[in-house]
Ligand binder design. Sequence first.
Ligand code: SF4
Ligand code: SF4
Length: 571
Amino acid sequence: MRAETVHIRQMDRWDNPLDPTMSPEQVERILALDMFRNMDAGSFPALLSLPRLVLNETRLVEYQRGDLVVRAGDYGSSAFLVVRGNVAVILPPGLPAELLGRSAPKRKSLFQVLRQLWNDSRMPETSHYTSPTAGPGAITRSAGRSDSTRVTLANVDTLLSKQPSVILEAGDLFGEIGALGRFPRSVSVVATMDVEILEIRWQGLRDFRRYDAHFRDHLNQLYRERSLKAHLRETPVCRHLAQELLTDLEQAAISEVYGETDANNPFWRPQGESPSDRLAQEPMIVAEGQVLDGLVLIQSGFARISQKFNHGHRTVGFLGRNRMFGLSEALQQWRTGHPVPSQFSLRAIGYVQTLRLPYAILASHVLPHLAPEFAQAALTTRNGTVFEGLDREDVGLIEFLVEYHYINATAAMLINLDRCVRCDECVQACARAHDNNPRFLRKGRRHDAVMVATACMHCLDPVCMIGCPTGAIHRNERGGEVLINDRTCIGCGTCANSCPYGTILMVETRDAAGRYQHNQETGLPILKATKCDLCLEQWGGPACQRACPRHALLRANMWDTRNLRRWMGWR
Ligand code: SF4
Ligand code: SF4
């Protein structure tokens, strides 16, 4: 028998302002800042008017001298505008790790862990969603930063005198690459005096960019310049170069894009399409046998490395963000003086952005500075392919993982069907850890004995986050896991529609008394999004993996091939 229902008002985007205490005077003050004064308020639709976006998507924050505003390595969902004072961007090599104090993830208490062993509540997905009238304090802060993680550096002048840095002043924007690109922060930013900063949630930044052409151009320009710099600094062959060499490289680097620009395009190909048909449709970045002028760096997206085999091609690996193609050939050319044709093809899977460093600048600025052991390793490996060494053992598995974009996974749930005895312990352990509601389906695509279960893979590029109107789906600041904030999810289903792997379930919500919650205006059930959270609140990691008595289940990071190989029993 279906439980009783209760009718409540459904939350919408505006029920979760970034600063619930923002006053009309503060909104006026913010609108008078150059960034907003230069926007064309008339180009914004009435429902997303400029004052409304400022009221809901921004907040003024005071930082004291020495406070870290942004920490390198964190994931963040906000950009920042300096309103008053100065901040310093700490350039690589950056602050020592011990200065970047980090908070430990909040785990369940021992009592809570024990209680979930006997807790047999049959109530599905009790919601924290009660009413949109919750006062200040019920609202989450931006997903990327909270005051609990604020770190203050002592002796900031001494620190800055030892670090290369750039000063940003009132009117300067920063943090927009991490906010819009879903990347970790590449640098730390510290307040050099008492400063006032406007934090802008990425949903707001997205709408300012969407409706104001001038701001869009400015942001795109900043994004191009800064992401280029950040990318070169993160690339292993450039990381240790002096600033003047990096500046020359920035000027010489050629940006290129391949494939479709629709970030949400479906990964799946039509049934029955052969692997060679699929390969033929992927835009070629470098063809096998071609003499490549320099080095290709992957800025975003994934690229497939393949090689001719009999009458077709076989996939031997793939490259993702910050990986390089062509270093071995460039080194050989540098040593012998003769151009070397590529032994492999490189193709774009979906949409790929690359940087090409021409051979001439590589030979003068990069290759002479490579550590001998690094150069030797580059000469003896094949373009750093992730599945180096696996192709002889299972070409088909690599094709499968590349084909269905499982290479995007930092925590795919793999089940070895030869070892799995279908005891369902993994599902039950997941249910116990999540109020009796398992967050995955023990079914999915298979390749021979390997099944990829339908569980959130905590993607390198989580496209599920792109359209969320409230920022409820976000990355964990510290580890990058993709999480959903129960309190700010308004159940719109955008994320579930965007996830190409179908791992987000929209479930009906109930209140603490077990009554189903319905929208008082439409009468329809209120939903919320749920998915695997990698048991971040649990001790010991994912409950599913720990529960399996046959070691048949692995939460696999596709970039940790050593672990994957060991689990597969290959070596
Ligand atoms: S919900 Fe889907 S797209 Fe988002 S991280 Fe999980 S698997 Fe990736
Ligand atoms: S359903 Fe998904 S997209 Fe919509 S608010 Fe909730 S988390 Fe965000």
